[in-house]
Design a protein around this ligand. Structure first.
Ligand code: SAM
Length: 451
């Protein structure tokens, strides 16, 4: 009998999608997947290396799992997958001797054979190779993280080489999936009853497939705009996409959203800093004014589009004046949500050669000031939803109250509302009655409705 496998996932949606794919391959090869590390024969950690703390987490978790299982109940095989595996390679075997397998970011489909090798007694099994040509990206519905929302990778890797970012090294160059394959996957998901898909990638709007397959008959200023229209034509009720890269954000993306009601009213566009001097040091390839031009198009759309962003504070050389410019940009943009990060030096990136000269105390102070400003602005944005009706996908029972359901609106707000679990998977209209810090509360007004 094949051993049982548990996969624990850290980091971004791409990692979640990779774990779903690895699980699909494992089950196909006869492995049993389990829900916890408690009794699994094989424990795999799918890792993130975007910040130092994320990278440390895997070593902490390996220790925790080993301690929890006790001396005589250790898993037969421990594997490290994903970004840390790709970057650290065989050094992981020295740092964590309990690890038997290292699985790089493009070896997701070879996990079953790697486990087989370790089981046959091979020590220190590692695969940091490329994806095989014509690899199938299919994910079995049982392995999806949700029965209602599915992640569909459209591009992986990154060619941008922002000076702070490890992604081009951990995930390699950009590689786009043929649109025909993506559209076919979305159509299958529709038949299976999925109500929402997220087109995902490090930079989705840099999508550039090597073939016209699936794009014929769909207009657009860029291949991504054509893909959006092709996916919208499947009639999947809700389509979201993340993350967009500012330099490649063509205004036609907004036009595509305006033309297709099932392209959701939410854009995530990371700016990282409001200072041109810092943006240059970050090698972002855009200035503040270029970013604001894109924001103007988004804000002036005929639909009200929710806008979210990422910001790094304390980048090497960031002065108080640079930080003030970021603060001002945040106030100008009126974001619906913001992901804030303190700069973390990533070995091997160009910024790692710059002195990490903003003291930790100052990074924290800037982080907190920005967080406070965003909370204030966000309160206004959220309060403006009170009295409005939002279309919400009921995803699951709320963990806070069994009488409530929780889901996301098309504008990607978390919305809680009273409802029976029989409604899970339905799209309902919710009248918003209360704005909380990071979520909205309301009651259903007519149900169920089709988006
Ligand atoms: N596509 C995104 C973009 O436009 O930059 C990159 C996604 S990245 C995986 C997620 C976020 O983590 C980044 O947007 C950035 O704000 C943050 N991040 C990346 N590298 C970082 C570092 N070295 N220190 C702190 N935050 C970092």
């Amino acid at each position: 009998m094949k051993p049982s496998v548990y996969i624990e996932t850290f980091g971004c949606q791409m990692n979640v999608a990779d774990s779903e794919r690895a699980a699909t391959g494992l089950r196909k090869a006869g492995y049993e997947l389990c829900e916890s590390a408690e009794n699994a024969d094989v424990v795999l950690f799918n890792t993130c290396s975007v910040r130092e703390r994320a990278e440390q987490k895997v070593y902490t978790r390996i220790g925790e799992v080993r301690t929890a299982r006790g001396g005589d109940r250790q898993p037969i095989i421990v594997g490290v997958m994903g970004c840390v595996a790709q970057l650290e390679g065989e050094r992981i075997f020295e740092r964590a001797p309990a690890v038997n397998i290292v699985i790089g970011t493009r070896a997701t489909d070879r996990v079953p054979s790697l486990i087989d090798r370790a089981q046959r007694g091979e020590s220190n099994v590692s695969d940091l190779g490329e994806r095989a040509e014509n690899e199938v990206w299919d994910v079995s519905p049982v392995e999806r993280h949700s029965a209602h929302v599915a992640f569909v990778p459209i591009i992986e890797g990154c060619n941008k080489f922002c000076s702070f970012c490890i992604v081009p090294y951990s995930r390699g160059r950009e590689k786009s999936r043929p649109a025909g394959q993506i559209v076919a996957e979305v159509k299958r998901l529709l038949v299976l009853g999925y109500k929402e898909i997220h087109l995902i990638g490090q930079n989705v709007n840099s999508y550039r497939p090597g073939t016209e397959s699936g794009l014929g008959g769909f207009s657009g200023a860029t291949p991504f705009c054509r893909l959006l229209r092709a996916v919208a034509a499947t009639d999947m009720p809700r389509i979201k996409f993340t993350t967009s890269f500012p330099r490649d954000f063509h205004p036609d993306i907004v036009s595509a959203i305006e033309d297709n009601h099932n392209l959701c009213d939410w854009v995530h566009l990371p700016v990282q800093s409001g200072s041109d001097r810092v943006l240059k040091l970050m090698r972002r390839g855009h200035k503040r004014a270029d970013y604001m031009e894109r924001i103007d198009r988004i804000k002036n759309s005929s639909r009200r589009l929710a806008l979210t962003s990422d910001i790094i504070v304390g980048f090497p050389g960031e002065t108080e004046e640079d930080f003030r410019q970021t603060l001002e940009l945040v106030e100008q943009c009126g974001y619906d949500g913001l992901y804030l990060f303190k700069y973390s030096k990533r070995p091997g990136t160009p910024a790692a050669n710059l002195p990490d000269d903003v003291p930790e105390k100052e990074k924290t102070a800037r982080f907190l000031e920005l967080e406070k400003a965003q909370r204030r602005a966000q309160q206004e944005v959220y309060r403006a939803y009170v009295g409005r009706k939002l279309s919400v996908l009921a995803e699951r029972q709320s963990s806070r109250s069994s009488a409530d359901l929780v889901g996301h609106s098309t504008c990607h707000k978390v919305v809680n509302f009273p409802g029976a679990s029989s409604l899970e998977g339905e799209i309902v209209d919710v009248l918003i009655t209360e704005a909380k810090t990071n979520s909205l509360y309301g009651r259903m007004v007519n149900r169920p409705v089709i988006a």
